[in-house]
Design a protein around this ligand. Structure first.
Ligand code: HEM
Length: 480
């Protein structure tokens, strides 16, 4: 736990957060805007925010994990003349960082901080990378072994493994790095032809994706769809020997690169005997060339945030579909939830890789929720809406805002009409933990354009001031 004073963390925090105005540390201005190049004219086609990520990669990728040596230790400063560290990123970045080094702030900490700041400032959606301090700077160069565009796939994977990263990590990390910045004719004429050099781009930089100043998923999507920059020069260059990104991405038949995932239709529900179920799908985007079915596991934490080996279930392959980015697989899960323990968040593991929704898990709240199997709307607009509310919410006031698309005069576009409805208690102590509340009625048919799009936001004001109001938003009433 941080306690003040802590000179290292206090200094790093100052550099990280004092970005403008009074007491400005002057660090973030180098990457503001994210397209900026701080060491020279913008016409060079260089980008400081991307250079910082590349420096961190070249510093950590020669770690020798079995020996416990290397990592982010600023040894890169002694290694800039090595061919494997070609390009301007290293010296550009280290010269900018140098004036910030002092008794408590090492160059290695600044390299780590620069990644946190670059991704924190240039990502969309915003990704926060936590920062620790206290790294000790190396006093000489370390091992060789940064993968180069010419390096064979076997050697590249071996180098990543030496640094503590498996094949999926290597693919993920490289795609993450290569969502920002450029490959330059200047440092890599064997990858980028001279034709890339123009008066406004004298370094001859070619973007990896069409949003080089944004840390986002575009490089993956453009690669899979073969659109835009198609994954960048290290995928598309005419010189087959230096297509290192292509070799890496296809090394597991595109399985990792094509595996963005999404939870779909995740709900809590009850069976007719009052058992609580946790249901939904995990949608995986996987390329058609991958014929290995991944293992998908869903685990959850109790209402109070406890984990248990019992709180886990497999999601099994259910159906496939197609998308612009390749084929899609749906994995279905349907697990009992212990009524007393409940649920507060879930995690998904795909072939052992955990998707944790940016660290905090995917939230689910079981305090007051729409019960799908007791809720419906028919095509004539007659609806029935049932909510389950924890019994401990003694004086619960349960309402729902119904939203439906309605005819609008003068245009084909429907407008959304909202009405507030109160739900009356109708099955007290439905089971040991929950009571049910219900509202039914009719949405005027003359008005309703599409019953599939009728939805409810449940609003439950609890009797408990500490909990306050609980929301269960955007639940479709129609059960398909
Ligand atoms: C097989 C592994 C990799 C190879 C062969 C490789 C190779 C390259 C090459 C040749 C460039 C062009 C540099 C220039 O022209 O200035 C580049 C740029 C870049 N690389 Fe990598 N890279 C690899 C992995 C990574 C990883 C793991 C990261 C970060 C996590 C990363 C981050 C970057 C960034 C941000 C740039 C853009 C730099 C700029 O715009 O100045 N790379 N990479």
């Amino acid at each position: 736990v941080y306690t003040w004073p802590n000179p290292t963390m206090d200094e790093l925090e100052h550099i990280l957060v004092d970005n403008e105005g009074f007491n400005d540390a002057g660090f973030k201005r180098a990457i503001t805007p994210c397209t900026n190049y701080i060491q020279g004219p913008q016409t060079l086609g260089r980008q400081t925010s991307a250079q910082w990520l590349r420096v961190a990669f070249h510093d950590f990728s020669t770690a020798n994990v079995p020996a416990g040596a290397g990592g982010i230790d600023a040894s890169i400063g002694f290694e800039t003349l090595r061919p494997e560290n070609s390009g301007s990123a290293m010296n550009d970045s280290l010269s900018f960082f140098a004036p910030f080094v002092n008794a408590h702030v090492s160059m290695a900490d600044l390299i780590a901080l620069s990644v946190s700041l670059s991704i924190g400032s240039c990502s969309s959606p915003t990704i926060t990378i936590p920062l620790r301090g206290g790294r000790i700077d190396a006093t000489e160069g370390g091992e060789f072994g940064v993968p180069e565009p010419e390096t064979s796939i076997e050697e590249t994977l071996h180098q990543f493994e030496h640094a503590g990263f498996n094949q999926a990590d290597a693919i993920g990390l490289t795609a993450c790095g290569h969502t920002m910045g450029n490959v330059h004719h200047g440092g890599f004429p064997q990858v980028v032809p001279e034709s890339a050099v123009t008066p406004n781009n004298t370094g001859g930089g070619i973007h990896f994706d069409s949003t080089p100043d944004v840390f986002d998923i575009n490089v993956v999507q453009e690669y899979l769809a073969s659109e835009g920059n198609r994954g960048g020069a290290l995928v598309t260059t005419d010189n087959v020997t230096v297509r290192s990104d292509l070799r890496l991405y296809v090394s597991d038949n595109n399985a990792t690169i094509a595996r963005p995932f999404h939870p779909v239709n995740v709900t809590l529900d009850f069976t007719s005997t009052g058992e609580m179920r946790f249901r939904g799908f995990i949608r995986l985007l996987s390329s058609t060339s991958s014929n290995v079915t991944p293992e998908v596991q869903v685990s959850w934490q109790s209402r109070e945030g406890f984990s248990s080996r019992k709180f886990s279930t497999s999601a099994n392959f259910e159906a496939s579909g197609a998308s612009t980015w390749g084929s899609i697989s749906y994995f279905k899960f349907d697990a009992p939830i212990d009524l007393g323990s409940g649920i507060s968040k879930f995690f998904v593991a795909v072939d052992g890789r955990i998707h944790d929704n940016g660290g905090s898990g995917h939230p689910v709240q079981d305090s007051a929720f729409v019960v799908p199997s007791l809720t419906n709307v028919d095509d004539s607009g007659n609806f029935e809406l049932t909510a389950a509310v924890l019994n401990s919410f003694s004086s619960a006031n349960v309402r729902a805002e119904l939203s439906f698309p309605a005819v609008q005069l003068g245009t084909i576009s429907p407008k959304i009409v909202k009405t507030l409805t109160s739900l009356a208690s109708f099955n007290k102590n439905f089971n040991s933990e929950y009571s049910l509340y219900r509202a039914s009625g009719a949405i005027p048919l003359s008005n309703l354009t599409n019953s599939n799009q009728v939805s409810a936001d449940l609003i439950t004001a609890t009797g408990d001031r500490r909990i306050g109001t609980v929301h269960d938003n955007f639940r479709r009433l129609k059960q398909l």
